[in-house]
Design a protein around this ligand. Structure first.
Ligand SMILES: [Zn+2]
Length: 362
């Protein structure tokens, strides 16, 4: 049986052994050609070459990606939407909307991203690996029932969560989303599903405009999402407070059987798509907190899914830091350090108090 991912073994103990963390990667993800879009193939190329250069990849277990089936895709998406994407890509692709590009290779890449996301859950559940990172693209958390949005085509994490529910008869899947943008597609996918709890912290207001406090409070969707809309400028201290006051008590109350994570690194201060002030140290600490929760609540079972993060160096360092935690190493590379200013965001305590009140977290 694999050891927990945050077991404090030396890296040598993990190399090639059953306890090696898993990762999903396939060159097919690079065939999603988006030209000069911020979400482009260079992101994953940089992550993989950095893992190789630092000698991390050979300590991990490769989980092969595969194309998702139509049955798997349609647990989240409309069949007609899947066909539209296929036809659009077959005809050469183009600008699907103002943000989202598709090329000839995008449909295949998106099928493998969704299937690879499932394969990561499968590997964890079959105990082939204790935890895994789906290093896939296109990303997924904005993709809705019948549309692509915000660089996303199929909602990888939502499809993987449905696979966990359907295949392993789970009743409590926790999705934590720390991408700086709200995962509107993921929230939508589980609006009427009490077996999946979606917890998102995100800059608000910001693209895609969803994720306000009062969403998901009415009707049969009530309680299936906890949104923490954060003011611009939040950094390590503010995110730690959100974890201590909301994420950790929520997870303990929900008692997940697996934790899935929409991991986006666009809340780093050097990322140009948003206005947060997280450091790599902040990402390291959040990731460690999530792994500790998984160890405490569900035998360490966790799968990370790459979402956003558009500063290539931040992205590489943050992914490395995640694997270093799993490999039992405390060291990680932070060439960026602290943000260049001392800005203090206003109103966070009030937001946290309101979220706690609305969701009964006392
Ligand atoms: Zn994002």
């Amino acid at each position: 049986m694999p050891e927990s991912c945050s077991n404090k073994g030396s890296p040598q103990q993990h190399a090639g052994g059953l306890s090696a963390p898993g990762y999903v990667y396939d060159p097919v993800f690079l065939e999603h050609d988006t030209g000069g879009n911020p979400e482009n193939a260079r992101r994953l190329e940089a992550v993989i070459s950095d893992l190789d250069w630092k000698g991390i990849r050979q300590q991990l277990k490769a989980i092969p990606a595969r194309p998702a089936t139509l049955d798997e895709l349609t647990t989240v998406h409309q069949a007609g939407y899947v066909s539209r994407v296929e036809a659009y890509c077959r005809q050469g692709g183009g600008q699907w909307d103002s943000d989202t590009m598709m090329s000839t290779g995008s449909y295949k890449a998106a099928l493998y991203a969704a299937g690879g996301s499932i394969a990561a859950v499968e590997a964890v559940m079959n105990k082939a690996v204790p935890c895994a990172y789906a290093l896939v693209r296109p990303p997924g958390h904005h993709a809705t029932y019948n549309n692509a949005l915000g660089f996303c085509i199929f909602n990888n994490i939502a499809i993987a969560a449905n696979y966990a529910l359907n295949t392993y008869k789970m009743e409590r899947v926790l999705i934590i989303d720390f991408d700086v943008h709200h995962g509107n597609g993921t929230q939508e996918a589980f609006t009427h599903n009490p077996y999946v709890l979606y917890v998102s912290m995100h800059q608000y207001p910001l693209f895609p405009g969803t994720g306000f406090l009062t969403e998901m409070e009415q009707g049969s969707g009530a309680g299936t999402a906890i949104n923490v809309p954060l003011p611009a400028g939040c950094g390590d201290n503010e995110y730690k407070l959100v974890f201590d006051e909301i994420v950790i008590p929520t997870a303990r109350r929900f008692k997940p059987e697996i934790i899935l994570v929409s991991a986006g690194y666009d809340a780093h201060w050097a990322d140009e798509l948003a206005n947060m002030r997280l450091t790599l140290d902040g990402y390291y600490n959040m990731t460690r907190s999530i792994q500790q929760l998984a160890d405490e609540l569900c035998g360490g079972k966790t799968v990370f899914y790459l979402e956003g993060g558009y500063n290539l160096k931040v992205l590489c360092c943050a992914v490395n830091a995640t694997f270093n935690i799993w490999l039992g190493e405390n060291y990680f590379d932070d060439p960026f350090g602290l943000p260049p200013d001392n800005f203090k965001p206003q109103g966070l305590n009030e937001i946290i108090a309101e979220v706690k009140k609305r969701h009964g977290l006392y």
